[in-house]
Structure formats: C-alpha cells, structure tokens
Design a protein around this ligand. Structure first.
Ligand SMILES: Nc1ncnc2c1ncn2[C@@H]1O[C@H](COP(=O)(O)OP(=O)(O)OP(=O)(O)O)[C@@H](O)[C@H]1O
Ligand SMILES: [Mg+2]
Length: 438
C-alpha cells in the first residue's frame, strides 16, 4: 500500500520489505518441513515470530511518520491488475501486512484482505459478513492488528449473547445503585475499548432499543453509564460482524437502516468454504499439522476414503468445522484416520462406506435406499451395530478384549463384527485419555 512504503528512504523500504519477506519464507518453510523434529521447529518458529514482532514494532512509527510527511501522491499510480493469487498474497507480505494466521489464496479472501489493508489505518467502521465459521472474528483482529490502534485494547462483544435487560449496562456501564444488583460503579465495553477497537459480533442480533443507543454512540462518540448523567467521550474504532443479511433486515424493518449505513462504510464479505474448494486440501494439511503440534503427536494419515469425503463435504460450519474435524480425528485416530473418526452426524452411511473402499460387508443397503422393509430393518440394524462398536472402542481405548468383557460378548464374535464393518481397533487406541480430557 502506498501509505507504507512511499516516501520512506529507498534503502530502508527495500531492506524492510526484504527482511519481512525472508522471515515469512522462513516461517512457512519451517512449518512444512518434514525433516526437523517438532521441538526444533517450534523453537525456530518462536524465534522467527519474535524477530518479526521486533521489526514490526520498530518500523511502525517510521511508516506512519513517513506517510504523514510524504509528498502528495501523483495521480499516475496505476493499481495492479490481474495478479495471480500468489502474487497478491506475496504483495501483501511485502507491504508488511499482518495476516494473524489467515490462511488461503482464494481470490475472494484476498480481496477481503486487501480491503482490510486499506481500511485498517483509518478509523472507518467496518462491517464483516459471512456464514458461520468463515473467519469474521479473525478478520476483525486482522483489521485491528494492521491499524494504528494495534497496541490498544481489542474488545469483543457478542451482541447475541447479552440478555436485553443487561445490554445497556454491558455496553455502556452503570453507576452504583442504578438498578437492583448494581453494587458498584462499572464501566462498559465501549469505555474498555477507548483508544482501541470494539468488535460487535452478531450485530444482527442486537435488539432495536440497543440499535438506537448504538447509533447515538456512533454519531456523538459519547456514552452515558446507566443511572449517570455524566457524558463520557469514547474513541473506539467499530468493527461489526454478522452472518445475517443486514441490508435485507433493514428493508424488512428488523434492523435500523441508518445504523446499517453507519456501520457498513467499509463492507467485507468472507467466502464460504464451499466457494474455495480448491483450498480444502491445503487447509486439511495445515490444520492436520497444527493439531498434531498441539496434541504433540505425528500428523495423522488419512485413508483415501476419508480424504475423499473431506474434499467433497459441504462444510456448513466452514473453516471452523474443518478445523474441528481435523482436531477431532487427530485426537481420536491412531496412525491413520478413517471415516469412523468423523463426527457421527456427518459420517457417511454404511452403503457409502462399503462402496467407497469395499471394507464393509458387500451390498449393505442404506436405510433410505432400501427397497423392502426387511432390507431397511437390516440396514438400520447394521448401522446401530457399527455405531455401538465404535462407541465401545472409543470408550475402552481400542482394546478388543476389554470391549468384549465390558459387553459380555465373545471376543472372536467381536472380532468378526469389527471385520464385517471394516473397523480397525488400533484406530481407537489412546483415545480414552483424550476423550476424558475434553
Ligand atoms: N482463512 C483462515 N485461515 C486460517 N484459519 C481460519 C481462517 N478463517 C477462519 N479460521 C479459523 O476458523 C475458526 C473460526 O473463525 P472465526 O471465529 O473468526 O469465524 P466466525 O466467522 O467469527 O464464526 P461465527 O460466525 O461462528 O462466529 C477460528 O479458529 C479461526 O482461526
Ligand atoms: Mg464469530
């Protein structure tokens, strides 16, 4: 961005961008390295992160001073066009953009990051929308981290989680004795966010009375604690997020139109994971690796049918769901994860399983596709049997003998049933402790 490098002495700009680039390359090389042992990698990553923070800290002031004293920009600068996604990400890195861990090269995501880059140094309100789990809160942090308020508080408020009766006091604070239970003076989220950023999450859930009050703060930059006459100035940068269509809500009268326009001076929309399918493989590897690091284990291998499922699944919960799935299977599986390690509610049905890898009993019908009552009953019974065995194995940490003992079954019968369903007991080893800790 012009603001950052223009006007800075050439040598400093080059070495600054070059240094950041080197650090980023080092970080990503280390993250994907298969030869180094994890503790070593972690140590190096830590060092690289510290170095990067130092560079950012040192350069921050310089960049803004340079921007303020720069000659007015010539109008001749042309915005780059048609850059590849890699180049766009690279360009953001060179401009020392802070990603806060935002991963992916999808054009819509990059567009959102580029908008965030331009919006960050300003105090303009930003509205972020996108389905659940698309990274709205992460984007709000990106905006905060790239702006001049980065060292100041970032206060997050979930507007949907505050009961109506407490809303005003949560946001603006209250005076002692203002209402029953107000035992002390208390400051609200806006005052806490003074000089920093306030993140108003799920803004679409804010009741109409709250909307009116918020509008007043946006207009006057002042608040009053509940029960107090004193007017307090607050300087909080507002970033709001929603998974609702606020424009439509404002047309329908459930969200104030004036507030919508005030909040959405800059409007960023995050893409659903379905729209960035090309990145699922990378995200699976990324979160597989991240979860392995956190759980202190080797990255889990995936059977071809599980990989196939992960590539084609719809992810209504978007990146959060994919991330959770990878953590779950890293926690539950042994060396290799299979469909059985997926959450029950998204696991494909037995018919799917037997078709994909031929592991189950050939020709097992699906309850929904059975052509006779008898077949449907058999399919349902098979499903129940499978779920029972999997749950049992999870509970006993993958020990077949223990499973047989617990359910008073013959061990060879259990073995036979596991074989029938293509379930590998070793995939459930080491689960008991992990499950217990959750
Ligand atoms: N592009 C991304 N790269 C890496 N991680 C991401 C990305 N987007 C989201 N995540 C991760 O996915 C999870 C969900 O993100 P976040 O909480 O920001 O989503 P959200 O849109 O606020 O969700 P909700 O609507 O449910 O509140 C977090 O763990 C976040 O770090
Ligand atoms: Mg959120």
């Amino acid at each position: 961005m012009k603001l950052f490098n223009q006007g800075t002495p050439v040598t400093s700009a080059v070495s600054f961008a070059g240094l950041i680039e080197k650090i980023e390359i080092l970080r990503s090389t280390l993250r994907w390295s298969s030869r180094l042992e994890r503790p070593e990698i972690e140590k190096l990553l830590k060092q690289a992160t510290t170095l990067r923070d130092e560079v950012m800290g040192l350069s921050h002031k310089e960049r803004f001073v340079a921007a303020a004293s720069a000659e007015p920009e010539a109008v001749t600068e042309v915005e780059p066009v048609d850059l590849s996604s890699r180049e766009r990400r690279q360009a953001l890195m060179e401009r020392s953009f802070i990603f806060e861990g935002t991963f992916g090269d999808n054009p819509k995501l990059l567009e959102a990051l580029e908008i965030a880059e331009k919006a960050s140094p300003t105090d303009l309100p930003v509205l972020i929308d996108g389905e659940s789990g698309t990274g709205k809160e992460l984007m709000a942090k990106v905006i905060h981290a790239n702006g001049s308020r980065t060292d100041k508080p970032f206060i997050s408020v979930n507007c949907g989680a505050i009961p109506d009766s407490l809303l005003e006091s949560e946001l603006f604070g209250h005076k002692k004795g203002a209402f029953t239970g107000a035992a002390n003076d208390r400051r609200g989220k806006f005052e806490s966010a003074h000089t920093g950023t306030i993140f108003l999450d799920e803004i679409g859930e804010l009741p109409l009375v709250g909307q009116v009050k918020l509008l007043r703060v946006l207009e006057a930059h002042e608040i009053q604690r509940v029960g107090s006459d004193e007017v307090i100035s607050v300087d909080a940068r507002i970033v709001a997020a929603t998974n609702k269509d606020l424009r439509r809500m404002s047309q329908e009268g459930t969200f104030r139109e004036d507030l919508f326009y005030r909040l959405s001076v800059i409007h960023v929309t995050l893409p659903a994971l379905r729209e960035r399918r090309d990145e699922i493989a990378l995200l699976v590897a990324y979160f597989g690796d991240e979860s392995a690091g956190q759980l202190k284990r080797r990255p889990v291998k995936l059977t071809p049918r599980l990989r196939d499922f992960l590539m084609h699944y719809d992810y209504p919960g978007n990146i959060r769901e994919l991330r959770n799935i990878m953590y779950r299977i890293s926690c539950l599986a042994g060396d290799t994860a299979d469909l059985a390690h997926l959450p029950q509610d998204i696991r494909p049905r037995p018919a799917g399983l037997s078709v994909v890898a031929g592991a189950g009993k050939a020709g097992v019908a699906d309850v929904t596709t059975a052509t006779s009552l008898a077949e449907a009953k058999r399919a349902a019974s098979d499903e129940a049997e499978r779920a029972f065995l999997e749950r049992g194995l999870q509970e006993v940490g993958g020990t077949v003998a223990e499973l047989a003992r617990r359910f008073e079954m013959n061990r060879s019968h259990v073995q036979m049933l596991l074989k029938k369903h293509g379930i590998h007991s070793k995939d459930f080893r080491g689960n008991r402790a992990a499950e217990g800790g959750k």
